[in-house]
Write a protein of this length. Structure first.
Ligand code: UT7
Length: 333
């Protein structure tokens, strides 16, 4: 019988592109019919980062991973598994995780991508945690890396103002202490609502007629209002469920909540409904917008480095997005 281990969160890292894009740029440079005031009051976003020339999910993910490995006190040679969550891979093949493996100089360990949109990091974390808990990997590198701004339609004011680029990473390590690290992970999906958030690919079954250069095949499309309602409902459910999980595990409660960074109004509505104290919630969407699979690990890394959470704290990570997917993880630091 396999002796289960704990999956401790041993290190974190993040990487944001240098280029800051304030709200005004959509009006002044892109001539979009929007305002800084609308974007700030309807979303909470003030600015976001855009990947520049030479930057990609793989390069941002590599930088975040390097920092996570360093903060874990390890070297790339110690890593036994690489899982990268992304819906904006550099290539359809090979996986972004392979590119990161090569850039870091890791051993010939398993490396693969997971596509679960904004829930991707928590899906990847569940895989990393299972490898570590069963002893199949001693140190698992789990990354969320995205360059979603390369998929948005800059003439669509409903969506293009929401997104930013970036990457976050964690190292999970096996520990005999079963009460440390990842305690519970809950993952859900509902493919019947797939049309609410889509980024078509070049291998779509229904390519429109016409020359490829005129086809706006891979632009993201979202139904913002419907996603808003879905996000609030699911975030409320996930918080309530995590509270019950925490009680069952004998934890004193949830010390810090790190939600997917989509829209301040979604977070506020969920907090109001669950009466979760706002001062225990980590929010950085004002600086980075929605970075999809990267949003939770970036916020986690920043929160740890800023002392917003400390060893012994129980942190609730919550995410939701395309699929539709929704997910949570309770982690004791
Ligand atoms: O992570 C998953 C992906 N994320 C999402 O799908 C985002 C979730 N949804 C949201 O964050 C919000 O629904 C939005 C920010 C997208 C939209 O906010 P809203 O309060 O739900 O606005 P709305 O869609 O109800 O639109 C209200 C009005 C509309 O004008 P009319 O029809 O009332 O004349 C929109 O055309 O706001 C208009 N509008 C804008 N106006 C100025 C939409 N985007 C903009 C904009 N600037 N950027």
């Amino acid at each position: 019988m396999t002796q289960l281990l704990g999956a401790a969160l041993r290190g974190t890292g993040s990487c944001l592109p240098a280029r800051v894009v304030p709200n005004d740029e959509f009006t002044e440079v892109l001539n979009l019919d929007t305002t800084d005031e609308w974007i700030r009051t309807r979303t909470g976003i003030r600015e976001r980062r855009f990947a520049g020339s030479g930057e990609s999910s793989a390069t941002l993910g590599t930088d975040a991973a390097r920092k996570a490995i360093e903060s874990a006190g390890l070297t790339p040679a110690d890593i036994d598994l690489i899982v990268c969550a992304t819906v904006t891979p550099d290539l359809m093949c090979p996986a972004t995780a392979n590119l990161i493996q090569a850039a870091l100089g890791c051993r010939h360990v398993p490396a693969f991508d997971i596509a679960a949109a904004c829930s991707g990091f928590l899906y990847a974390l569940s895989v990393g945690a299972q490898y570590v808990r069963t002893g199949a990997a001693k140190h698992a590198l789990v990354i969320g890396a995205e360059v979603l701004t390369r998929t948005v339609d800059f003439t669509d004011r409903n969506s293009c103002i929401l997104f930013g680029d970036g990457a976050g990473a964690v190292v999970l390590s096996g520990t005999p202490v079963l009460t440390a690290g990842v305690r519970t992970i809950r993952l859900y999906s509902d493919g019947s609502r797939q049309e609410l958030i889509q980024v078509p690919s070049r291998v779509t079954p229904n390519p429109p007629p016409g020359p490829p250069q005129l086809q706006r095949l891979d632009y993201m499309r979202i139904s913002g209002r419907e996603v808003f309602r879905f996000a609030v409902t699911r975030m409320v459910e996930l918080i309530e469920q995590a509270r019950a999980d925490a009680r069952e595990l004998g934890l004193s409660g949830i010390d810090v909540l790190i939600p997917h960074q989509v829209n301040q109004r979604i977070i506020d509505a969920a907090l109001e409904s669950t009466e979760f104290p706002a001062d225990r919630v980590v929010v950085n969407l004002d600086k980075y917008g929605n970075t999809s699979a990267a949003s939770v690990p970036i916020a986690l890394d920043e929160a740890l480095r800023a002392g917003r959470c400390k060893p012994g704290d129980t942190v609730l990570l919550v995410a939701f997005g395309g699929g539709l997917t929704w997910s949570s993880a309770l982690v004791t630091l």
